[in-house]
Ligand binder design. Structure first.
Ligand code: NAG
Ligand code: NAG
Ligand code: NAG
Length: 324
């Protein structure tokens, strides 16, 4: 029979185990500056984080083993809005350039990269629009959106969200979009999560992984309660293996870890700069959260630095390559 004292010791031990002792660490990646860092994507094969310097038309690659960042300018292009490795070809990447999705050839080292062909263009008549964030769903289908980049995206909602898969056509998933952003999928829960920054919220959709069709949108996290008064704008997003979302906030210095089932904020991850643009898990154990930032509107240093956050006690999924 256990003594009262032994029971008490076990009780204290269990209580201590359940207290979330969250001591995460935020560190910059070397030479990782981007005026508008976006689209972080972890590539398992190369143990590298790919991301873009959007308004400079540049691609970056942080090599984990070398602890070194490589940067390339895409010849003749103004924008590089996302970068996704093409499945089965280690020199080719799908990149958003203006309103075109193009294939860029890059060896991951050279300071100059070239567009080798255009896959397609969207919204040809909307000269003031450009592509924005994009990801491949777990089956390799491309989801990508647009936004207006001249004038006010909040009042002129000319953006759209699209789906494309090899051999098919571009399908509109959603119109009436201000700034198309954060994309995440949960195969266990059959969900797709989406952010239109100008709505100040995160939406969930029921997702059919066989067809790529998203339906039944619901608001699962609302930042409007703070914004527009405080201008905290939800931007990029990722998901961990437990199904929790990590929502980057432009102008908010914070990544919100959110349980999409309850809408509860589980953790606020604080960064030393305001414009947090996107997040992706990576590293050999997929337990490092990589974070891109921006230095728009004259934000002082360290704005634009790309960070790694460790000690979160969470794991994510590797980036999915695009199937062509
Ligand atoms: C990576 O390089 C930076 C800059 O030289 C250094 O501060 C950091 O400690 C290095 N990180 C690792 C994991 O080696
Ligand atoms: C793509 O669109 C064209 C023209 O509208 C149509 O003929 C073709 O069947 C479509 N292909 C697919 C795979 O949906
Ligand atoms: C950032 O927030 C401040 C208030 O905290 C606001 O004055 C400013 O307009 C916001 N910037 C953007 C780009 O929304």
């Amino acid at each position: 029979m256990q003594s009262k004292l032994a029971q008490l010791v076990i009780f204290i031990y269990l209580v201590t185990l359940c207290i979330p002792t969250m001591s995460y660490k935020v560190e910059p990646l070397p030479d990782s500056y981007a005026g508008l860092g976006e689209g972080p994507h972890w590539d398992v094969a190369r143990q590298s984080l790919y991301f873009v310097d959007l308004e400079a038309g540049c691609l970056l690659r942080y090599d984990y083993r070398q602890n070194k960042t490589y940067r390339t300018q895409i010849e003749g292009e103004t924008f590089a809005t996302f970068v996704l490795p093409v499945e089965g070809n280690d020199q080719e990447f799908a990149v958003g350039c203006g309103r075109r999705v193009v294939i860029v050839n890059w060896d991951g080292v050279s300071p100059v990269a070239k567009v080798v062909r255009t896959l397609f263009e969207v919204q040809s008549d909307f000269k003031e629009n450009r592509l924005n964030d994009a990801k491949a769903d777990p089956k390799g289908r491309l989801f990508f959106g647009t936004m207006r980049y001249v004038g006010d995206e909040f009042t002129h909602r000319h953006g759209e969200l699209y789906r494309w898969e090899a051999g098919g056509n571009v399908t509109v998933v959603k119109s009436d979009v201000g700034i198309s952003n954060g994309l995440a999928w949960d195969e266990k829960a059959n969900k797709f999560y989406y952010i239109d920054t100008t709505d100040y919220e995160v939406k969930s959709y029921d997702y059919d992984f066989k067809t790529g069709v998203a339906s039944n949108p619901k608001v699962i996290y609302n930042l409007r309660k703070d914004s527009p008064k405080t201008h905290i704008l939800p931007d990029g997003m990722t998901i961990d293996t437990e199904g929790n979302l990590y929502v980057a906030t432009f102008n908010g210095s914070t990544i919100y870890k959110v349980n999409p089932n309850t809408g509860e904020c589980l953790l606020e991850i604080k960064l030393p700069t305001k414009q947090i643009t996107s997040v992706a898990f990576g590293g050999p154990n997929l337990d490092i959260l990589y974070v891109t930032t921006a230095s728009k509107f004259d934000q002082p240093a360290p704005a634009g630095t790309t960070y790694k956050v460790t000690g979160l006690n969470a794991k994510g999924y590797p980036g999915v390559n695009l199937k062509l």
